[in-house]
Design a binder for this molecule. Structure first.
Ligand SMILES: Nc1ncnc2c1ncn2[C@@H]1O[C@H](COP(=O)(O)OP(=O)(O)OP(=O)(O)O)[C@@H](O)[C@H]1O
Length: 348
């Protein structure tokens, strides 16, 4: 069982309640998306698995084990549409594994999950992306020997050229390619990478690669964007710009879920925070509820959250990222084959 969350205002059952506040305003269509998301969430109890007023993603009974280790065991989780949800937890809590499962990069042992009511299990990453759910990676997977623009074009989804029959009509393909190039250049301008379009991605700084990764994810017009540590390794000058871009995604109506260790960043941009430890969700609530939650404090202190990764941990994270990249490249390249290319629980 997950530890009871005990945020400010905790009840005997361990569930938290929001503090007294003025009555929530009814949603106005002209409201800023941030205010809408926060208004929708403000009166919810701070308890694990709480139902959201308008859930885009719903997860039920998802578990993933590696040998004897339970990396993810999530009973119930709902992600509010149009909000920014921060997913936090100590190293090894299962955050990346949960991202991998939800986006088709890994398969669970049990469980179901859906987007807009449509089950996403058994779909490959490119199929999940086409339905509107995309992710970025902890270690940016911008392909270093492709140019910035080529990387962007790889992120385009639903290309007419992917259909075998349409691919036989070169004019159709060229139209699509032109549209994709224009869209890519618009995004590159937005992310201030347009002057680098012909540079190899490998020559970009860490922060610029993060921007490229985010820009590339937007090529498929996603509705849900999952960002794995978007700020990690980014110099302070670019951090504000990246934060601004994440907030922009919400402004444009997207649902954002992001993994982050920096609590200042989490407090700054999250409408809601979900805390994982040892594979389970141990707390949920608005950012202000989290630092007052004893279960969260214990999980972080107990796990030596701020300790640097050991060489073994670094090797594992790198190997995981490389495997994920290889799987996505297989999925991208194999467009005529709808068979999912994924790692399953039996492939450990
Ligand atoms: N492919 C794998 N094989 C074996 N164990 C794995 C694998 N992937 C993840 N794990 C284990 O599952 C657990 C959860 O790992 P995961 O990377 O999801 O955690 P995390 O919360 O994302 O951590 P971090 O914050 O360090 O990125 C860890 O104990 C990890 O060692």
């Amino acid at each position: 069982m997950p530890a009871d969350p005990t945020p400010h205002g905790a009840t005997a059952s361990g569930a938290g309640t929001p503090p007294e506040q003025p009555p929530a305003q009814a949603w106005q269509s002209g409201d800023a998306p941030q205010r809408r998301a926060q208004a929708a969430l403000r009166d919810l109890p701070w308890e694990v698995g709480v139902a959201k007023p308008d859930a885009a993603v719903v997860v039920d009974g998802v578990t993933r084990t590696f040998g004897g280790l339970t990396a993810v065991s999530v009973d119930h989780l709902e992600i509010q549409r149009g909000g920014i949800t921060g997913l936090i937890g100590p190293n090894g809590a299962g955050k990346t594994t949960l991202f991998n499962l939800l986006t088709g990069f890994d398969q669970p042992n049990t469980g179901t999950w859906s987007f807009n009511g449509r089950p996403l299990g058994k779909l490959a990453p490119h199929q999940v992306a086409r339905l509107g759910v995309v992710r970025t990676f902890q270690l940016t997977k911008a392909l270093s020997r492709l140019t910035v623009l080529q990387n962007m074009l790889l992120g385009a989804q639903g290309q007419r050229g992917e259909s075998f029959l349409r691919a036989l009509v070169p004019g159709t393909w060229r139209t699509q390619e032109k549209e994709n190039t224009e869209k890519a250049m618009d995004l590159l301008r937005r992310f201030k990478l347009d002057t680098k379009k012909d540079d190899f991605a490998g020559t970009l700084s860490g922060g610029q690669r993060k921007l490229l990764e985010m820009a590339r994810a937007l090529m498929s017009d996603p509705q849900v964007v999952m960002l794995d540590e978007p700020m990690a390794g980014v110099n302070p000058a670019l951090t504000q710009s990246l934060l601004g871009h994440v907030k922009d995604l919400r402004e444009q109506g997207m649902t954002v879920i992001f993994v982050e260790h920096d609590m200042d960043v989490v407090r700054d941009i999250s409408d809601w925070v979900v805390v994982m430890a040892a594979g389970k969700i141990i707390a949920e609530g608005p950012p202000e509820s989290i630092s007052q939650n004893q279960a969260v404090v214990d999980a972080y202190l107990g796990a030596h959250h701020d300790a640097p990764l050991t060489v073994e941990e670094e090797d594992r994270v790198l190997a995981q990222a490389e495997q994920a990249i290889a799987r996505e490249e297989n999925a991208d390249g194999d467009v005529l084959d709808s068979t999912p290319h994924r790692k399953g629980p039996t492939d450990e």
